[in-house]
Design a protein. Structure first.
Length: 368
């Protein structure tokens, strides 16, 4: 194998595949990066058993002299490429890689590429397409709400439910729910759970303007763009039925300035860290003012009032996890937010004004 590439192209490609490398793997071959040259260009592949990232440098951006493949130690290869001048020459012979740039020469011992795991073969029968910016928003508005508890595997992922041309993404840790919907052109049906970690890594690879082709089977899913393909296992199990939660009724609705509410909740959280659930209390003190309060037994307390732009329904008082509220508010696009409250122990609904395709629910907490 032999090829020439610009240092900038190699650095960016290795940065992308490096996201899939784990230092904790017990499989030696997975500590390396698989490299292959072909008439189409150069391909880099890395895997941690859960996800695989395949990154392509097209033939227009590299000079391939000889076809071949090798697996090289990831850490040293990435660091060497990062520290070299612009044009890099790579040659392999007998499972050894020789790297040169200007007057710099280095070599790395390689591994047999035949020992590297094969890419999943996912049938094209179930697939759809996104624009990168739409997929980015779908991830950004849901993945933060997945559970961190491995004891409930299904809750560590985002549920993608496809029906009647609508893709619904939902994530929950049993105490909050994040939901986002997107119209798609395809008429397929599907219900799958994608690991939250997979979507976090995918989000870092996305470019807003590129199209992403999504293909899935019973066990695997792939996200293919022009520059990369990410493969992942799906999570087995049953995701909770969230349809009943979505239709929760509210006896009171408020319209608030999102920035004012975020700043107020952020300040309240400074005094809420004593509590397991970052307790913040919200109370209507008049038809036009909302009081936000939190206290720390060791430090003190904070309270402030913000303006209610519009209110329908009864006065209320409710305590909730301020950290959960902040994370939900950050995902909204509109400058105004609509809160729905059905009672002191009923979930709070959170929506951007006019954002019918995105919804957040937060369960209240007891104030004692």
């Amino acid at each position: 194998m032999e090829f020439y590439m610009k240092q900038s192209h190699g650095r960016e490609a290795l940065k992308d595949v490096g996201r899939a490398i784990s230092t904790k793997t017990t499989i030696p071959i997975l500590t390396g990066i698989f490299i292959k040259t072909s008439k189409e260009g150069v391909t880099f592949i890395a895997s941690n058993s859960n996800i695989i990232i395949e990154r392509h440098i097209p033939k227009e951006d590299v000079d391939v002299v000889e076809f071949g493949s090798i697996v090289v130690p990831s850490h040293h290869f990435i660091e060497v490429v990062k520290k070299l001048p612009d044009l890099i020459h790579i040659l392999t012979k007998d499972l050894k890689m020789y790297i040169s740039s200007d007057d710099i020469q280095t070599s790395l011992n390689g591994m047999d590429p035949e020992d590297y795991p094969k890419l999943p073969n996912i049938q094209e029968e179930a697939s759809f397409q996104f624009l990168g910016r739409d997929l980015h928003h779908l991830i950004h508005s849901t993945v933060f709400a997945v559970s961190k508890q491995e004891s409930s595997p299904a809750l560590t992922g985002v549920n993608l439910s496809i029906k009647d041309g609508v893709l619904q993404a939902a994530a929950t840790n049993s105490h909050r729910l994040a939901l986002s919907k997107l119209q798609i052109q395809d008429s397929l049906m599907g219900d799958l759970i994608v690991p939250g970690n997979t979507l976090n890594e995918l989000d870092k690879l996305l470019s807003d303007s590129e199209e992403v082709h999504v293909v899935f089977s019973d066990a695997n899913i792939s996200f293919q763009a022009q520059r990369f393909t990410l493969y992942s296992r799906l999570i087995e199990g049953k995701f909770p039925n969230v349809s009943e939660l979505i239709n929760v009724s509210s006896s009171t609705s408020l319209l608030l300035d999102r920035t004012d509410l975020m700043k107020s909740i952020d300040r309240a959280c400074l005094f809420a860290s004593d509590w397991q659930h970052y307790n913040v209390t919200m109370k209507v003190i008049s038809k036009g003012r909302l009081n936000i309060y939190s206290n720390s037994s060791e430090v003190g307390n904070i309270q402030e009032a913000i303006r209610i732009e519009k209110m329908d329904g009864d006065d209320f008082q409710i305590t909730f996890n301020g950290s959960f509220m902040m994370e939900a508010l950050k995902t909204l696009r509109n400058d105004r937010v609509k809160l729905g409250v059905g009672g002191a122990m009923r979930p709070i609904t959170i929506q951007g004004e006019g954002e019918q395709n995105q919804l957040h629910l937060i369960s209240p907490v007891r104030a004692y």
